[in-house]
Design a protein around this ligand. Sequence first.
Ligand code: GRG
Length: 295
Amino acid sequence: MDFASYLESRISLVDQAIERWLPASTEYPAILIDAMRYSLFAKGKRIRPILLLATAEAVCGEWQPFLPAACAIEMIHTYSLIHDDLPGMDNDDLRRGIPTNHKVFGEGHAILAGDALLTEAFYVLASADIPRTEAVKLQLVRELAQAAGWQGMIRGQTADLLNEGNQASAEMVHFIHRNKTGALLRGAVRMGAILGLAAPNQLDALTAYASQIGLAFQIVDDILDVEGETHVMGKTAGSDQAADKSTFVSLYGIQASKDQAQQLVAEAQQKLQQAGLLDASRLIELANFIVRRVW
Ligand code: GRG
């Protein structure tokens, strides 16, 4: 199967799995369920769940039984987008090609929809019939909490907020990117590796792969904010500059940022050679996709 068809089929299966886990719109209160579904089923790339499934498949050859874990990580990601767009954060009007959650449902309901998705992710992980031991499932919960919480995404976001309005140092921009965006991507790969029952040396090599593609992903995001088009990306271009954010582009310029992203992807792909995988080809393609994407 070519890579585009592979992405399309995985997106569709992840969406079907999310649908199975979400409450129906007939549940009370409808506005909460509608707000959760609104952002979750808007057009996202589903890169985190796909990375999780691809990593498990690369390690053990299986991926389908792990769809609930893929749903959990997409729920956390979607919650982070809803909250990131709020007036108290980035105050954005457009996300995934449609008006942001708070523009449609109001600020209070958007906060609550995000909260519900965050907690639902852990409910799914704890309840799903995943063919792995309780110890492995507990490890997944720990990984996801670490990636999404103060040791990962939230501390990256906090550092981002603290540094708005001034040019942060290169060290700080790296810290923000590795945590705000990198931590969840890294968590996706590590969860896939854990589900695949990776040996410690495989987990280390896959973690190194994930760290490099996670940083590359945010560098490309910084580049797209300058070079991308609002209607293609489904979010407002130029918002980093408008908010006076420190990014790779503001630090190094466009060309050097592109070179760094390319270099990180090459390093990530090299790391895969040390992982002793059954088949590394989808992870190689996903790394290329991350650096070549236009949205
Ligand atoms: C708890 C109040 C409160 C706020 C939390 C956690 C958080 C706010 C924000 C997370 C930080 C964040 C949104 C980082 C941006 C990461 C990023 C590049 C998002 C876009 O990801 P894509 O391109 O989006 O994968 P799609 O829409 O394709 O899924």
